[in-house]
Design a protein around this ligand. Sequence first.
Ligand SMILES: [Zn+2]
Length: 237
Amino acid sequence: MISFTIDIDWAPEEVIEDTLSLFEKYKVKCTIFSTHYSKVLEVSDKNLFEIGIHPNFNTILSGGARTIDNILDELLFIHPNARGIRSHSMLQSTMFLQKFAERKLLYDANHFLPYQTGIKPFKLWTGMVRIPYNWEDDIHWMYGYSFDSCKLDIEDKGLNVINFHPVHIFLNSESSERYTKAKPYYNYADKLIKFRNTETMGTRDLFISLLEKVSSNGVTSKKLLDVANEYIAGEKG
Ligand SMILES: [Zn+2]
């Protein structure tokens, strides 16, 4: 059982479209945490894709003039149907969690438990559901792991929630060095493509192998909103 998520992190349209087209090709569902308005997201197939929000609160820490409220309100204006949230850099505190709940968000995906098995949703004191996640592309290379395996058994009946970034799928990133070199060209897909890893297994290779496994072995893929709703339904008995 697997839930794919992506944090789009201001990727250009071509890069977002590249990732979405792979999910479409394999007919695998995904929850997208969005940082900005994107036409590609607006017209995306809502049976396959759920859109949550991915606000950047880091600017508050660096002394910016913006507040938690206006950052949340701006993104929810773009994505009024969003029910889920993951903060950029996972930034959170009890005050943030209160603000999320005030906006009637249903769940958050801010709790990272790398490679843990048996992860489960649980209820927070605000009434929101928290769905932990147990894999992320850039953290995988920070551990120094190879991209020939995600090190999780996705055919396991238990929940696995994994997170990719479209830019790393596009670059087939396998290390922070590759990303650092490509980053100055972040907004230009035609330039980014020149930095794509073709030498060793990378994020794109692993992503495609997971999609193949899910579609050919009948592994259940669920959007996080469905995971949250099923948890709530189960709670009510
Ligand atoms: Zn992010």
